[in-house]
Write a protein that binds this ligand. Structure first.
Ligand code: ADP
Ligand code: LRH
Length: 464
């Protein structure tokens, strides 16, 4: 039997269950189970298949036990902003609608006609994105008011998965900040704001912090698996977990590179200045009330969509190879334009953007991939400049983590464009950050600083 902790990390493109443990001051991480994640159409809405995700977690736990692992604890992180509502019998009354669904079209503008933009930013420190939970809830209230009326409980997706495992209902802090409804001063739900928005206060659960032990799994699961273990809250927002695993923070800008590219710095105080608002930077809550001052950049979602449209005929690494070879093709698009958030056809959207800006229109898979990677790199370069301006500090290096850190050409482009040293890895930073919080909660690691030293010694990091 190998004693371990299970990190369940579910990103927008894939989920994995990793077993981790400390071995002589090194962190060992084993992949136990991996599954694809994608949005599906349900009753006219773009949704996550939340039942499949829960079944996948169960399959992963079973696989771990069969592989002779003995989990002492488990923790779950997923992407942010999405939620479900439960009725008085704790049954789901909403599907897990995905943030790219168009139900929020125009809603942010409507809310901002009623609530002052500056004051909303001052109170929450959160960037304005059309899909933030605040706008999803208002969309639901306008379009399906009966569902809000039936609702007794609001749970974000990791909160809901935790509820299915343990029966405990809490809203974990780091993910809750992504709703744009958490007050920076009280670090709790902003009840005055909820009132102002006419949202029902009673559905929101107590805020619980990372490291909280939710207690053991339900009796029915103990019976099914023949063992018991505790469920712990990590930073349930995947980006929160990912940034925990960036070993150096002092002079470094991080880039969490997956479906989204999240670029920023770790701070002990939020930066909600007028300049930060003008550049649409966010202050997401982190471990022990650290903040992630960062910008959401459209990210590798663009190439994921292109890959899908080519019926998965090309792998991610072959897109990189093809892109590199198109030496003379240099069209770029403004990746953060909302036209790329949920287009019917990503390829035509990129082509239209090039046509409208009178650049060469990409036609081949290599040209399309090159347009995406070069455009992302330019956007990263711009974001670095904005961070340095707002923080009034120069940074020596950029540290890339996540699946996208495997894109060596993009890493090189970033080093070229910014003139900074670029470090890449660990790829599975999010699962590592999730594990570290379990180890902190169980007093197996003394501090985050120590955890970061251990991470640095345990995983390969490449320099560009
Ligand atoms: P998420 O957690 O958001 O689902 P990941 O961190 O798993 O995302 O990263 C997925 C991304 O990693 C893909 O969209 C792809 O662009 C990139 N990626 C994965 N494998 C490779 C590879 N071998 N070469 C280049 N890029 C890769
Ligand atoms: C990345 C992420 C990001 C959010 C977005 C919804 O997976 O959590 O931090 O902004 O998804």
């Amino acid at each position: 039997m190998i004693n371990c902790h299970l990190a369940v990390d579910i990103g927008a493109s894939s989920g994995r269950l990793m077993a981790g443990f400390l071995d002589q001051e090194k962190l060992v991480l084993k992949e136990i189970y991996r599954f694809n994640n994608q949005m599906i159409r349900q009753a006219g809405y773009l949704c996550w298949d939340i039942d499949f995700l829960f079944q996948s977690i169960k399959a992963g736990v079973k696989a771990a036990i069969e592989a002779n692992y003995r989990p002492e604890s488990l923790a779950i992180d997923t992407w942010a902003v999405d939620f479900v509502l439960l009725n008085e019998d704790d049954e789901r009354v909403t599907p897990a609608v995905a943030y790219r669904d168009r139900r929020t079209d125009g809603v942010m503008e409507q809310v901002l006609a009623e609530v002052d933009r500056d004051s909303l930013y001052n109170r929450t420190g959160i960037q304005f994105q059309p899909f933030n939970t605040i706008y999803q809830l208002k969309a639901l209230q306008a379009q399906q008011p009966e569902l809000i009326e039936q609702a007794k409980t609001f749970l974000m997706l990791p909160d809901y998965l935790n509820f299915l495992l343990t029966g405990q209902k809490v809203n974990e802090y780091t993910n809750a900040t992504s709703t744009q409804l958490i007050n920076l001063e009280t670090r709790d739900w902003d009840f005055a704001l909820l009132n102002r928005l006419d949202l029902p206060l009673q559905i929101f659960q107590p805020i619980a912090l990372p490291k909280k032990n939710l207690g053991p799994i339900k009796a029915s699961l103990i019976a099914e698996w023949g063992i018991s273990f505790d469920v712990i809250l990590p930073a349930t927002h995947d980006t929160g977990s990912a940034i925990i695993a960036v070993p150096e923070q002092e002079d470094t800008i991080y880039l969490s590179s997956g479906t989204w590219s999240l670029m920023g710095i770790e701070t002990m105080q939020p930066i909600n200045s007028a300049q930060a608002l003008a550049r649409n930077f966010t202050n997401e809550g982190g471990l022990d009330y650290r903040y992630r001052f960062l910008k959401n950049i459209m990210g590798l979602w663009m190439i994921q969509e292109v890959k899908r449209l080519y019926n998965d005929c090309y792998s991610f690494s072959s897109f990189v190879d093809l892109a590199k070879r198109e030496h003379n093709f240099n069209s770029i698009v403004a990746v953060n334009d909302n036209r790329f958030l949920s287009p019917d056809n990503m390829i035509s959207q990129i082509q239209a953007a090039c046509r409208e800006s009178k650049q060469q229109v990409p036609e081949t898979p290599g040209q399309i991939a090159r347009t995406i990677f070069m455009s992302l790199a330019r956007s990263y370069e711009q974001t670095v400049q904005e961070i340095e301006q707002i923080a009034d500090k120069k940074y020596n290096s950029i540290h890339i983590i996540g699946g996208g850190s495997q894109n060596e050409w993009l890493n090189e482009l970033l080093a070229d464009y910014t003139g900074k040293a670029v470090y890449a890895g660990p790829i599975e930073a999010t699962a590592i950050g999730n594990l570290v919080v379990q180890l902190l909660a169980l007093n197996k690691v003394a501090s985050l600083d120590q955890a970061r030293r251990i991470i640095k010694d345990s995983f390969p990091i490449n320099k560009y």
